[in-house]
Design a protein around this ligand. Structure first.
Ligand code: SF4
Ligand code: SF4
Length: 299
């Protein structure tokens, strides 16, 4: 299992009680996502907007939409019931930073009430360079960026459009801007000592052979972990990838890519691609016990 021997000491000190980074911690600490981020500023072909962001979540269940105040209340209720709660993240259902004011307000409220809780967020990276200062100032020390390509030609097959600087961009331009913003954001965060994990969605026939390049690029810019996740494509939940119905990788295909990236994947193979409103120990989702409706009833 993952442990101190796999990571430099200063990084280990920051991740040892984070269930998502440490195989050991995930037995003892709990995490929680609050679904305060409904909007997204890009379109991934594999996204089905009816469900949570595929950055970190499975399709199939729509997260309840929470205000910042509701989310903070929910976190306090969970913390009272789940003493192992160590991390609260914003991971969707859209993009945490496309909803930046609300995401940061949520963190502020949580930090005021429960200063020992670690905060994390995940993002597609497009808006990231604009928020690095705030992220650092708020003490958010874990950020996940979903990076599926470092070549705009490949990006154009993954992202039909982005919305940037009050304008919609398409094709190669969109992919180039997204790529540049992702690299800029990653560099700026790591320069500030913030731990950045990169997630890549493995899309067979599109970026499977390219992920080794992604791995090199993100490592060179200081990402401390690179986690490859399978595209979850389920015909029951509508058509992913435009009209063509892109399939997800087989377990063997996934393992092959993860193995080609070396040691990193070992640390993250227990990632469960939790829903945007997951609650509890990793691999367990007690989200249904802590819906807003239930918290209101309990009062
Ligand atoms: Fe969907 Fe997430 Fe992509 Fe936005 S970043 S389009 S929410 S998968
Ligand atoms: Fe951790 Fe992965 Fe779940 Fe995020 S999706 S909380 S990284 S296990």
């Amino acid at each position: 299992s993952a442990g101190p021997e796999d990571l430099p000491e200063e990084i280990w000190a920051k991740v040892q009680d984070h269930p998502c980074y440490s195989e050991d911690a995930h037995h003892y600490f709990a995490r929680m996502h609050v679904a305060v981020a409904p909007a997204c500023n890009i379109q991934c072909h594999y996204c089905n907007r009816k469900y949570d962001c595929s950055n970190e979540s499975r399709p199939g269940v729509v997260s309840e939409k929470l205000s910042a105040e509701e989310a903070a209340r929910k976190v306090m209720a969970v913390a009272a019931e789940v003493p192992q709660l160590s991390v609260v993240g914003v991971a969707g259902p859209g993009d945490a930073l496309a909803n930046a004011p609300k995401t940061f307000r949520t963190f502020e409220l949580i930090h005021e009430a429960l200063p020992h809780i670690k905060l994390c967020l995940s993002t597609n990276g497009l808006a990231l360079p604009d928020h690095v200062e705030t992220i650092a100032a708020m003490g958010i020390d874990h950020v996940t960026i979903t990076i599926n390509m470092v070549d705009p030609e490949i990006g154009a097959e993954i992202y039909p459009w982005i919305f940037f600087r009050h304008k919609r961009w398409e094709g190669l331009d969109a992919a180039r801007i997204l790529h540049e913003r992702q690299m800029e954001g990653l560099e700026a965060l790591t320069a500030k000592g913030i731990l950045v994990k990169v997630n890549s969605v493995l899309i067979p026939g599109i970026n499977d052979e390219h992920l080794i390049e992604v791995n090199k690029a993100v490592r060179a810019r200081g990402a401390f972990l690179h986690n490859v996740m399978p595209l979850i494509s389920d015909p029951a939940f509508g058509t992913h990838f435009g009209l063509t119905g892109q399939r997800g990788p087989t377990p063997a295909e996934l393992r092959k890519v993860q193995d080609s990236l070396g040691g990193d994947a070992k640390l993250m193979r227990h990632c469960r691609q939790c829903r945007a409103d997951a609650v509890g120990m990793l691999g367990e989702d007690r989200g249904a016990e802590f819906t807003l409706e239930k918290l209101t009833e309990a009062k």
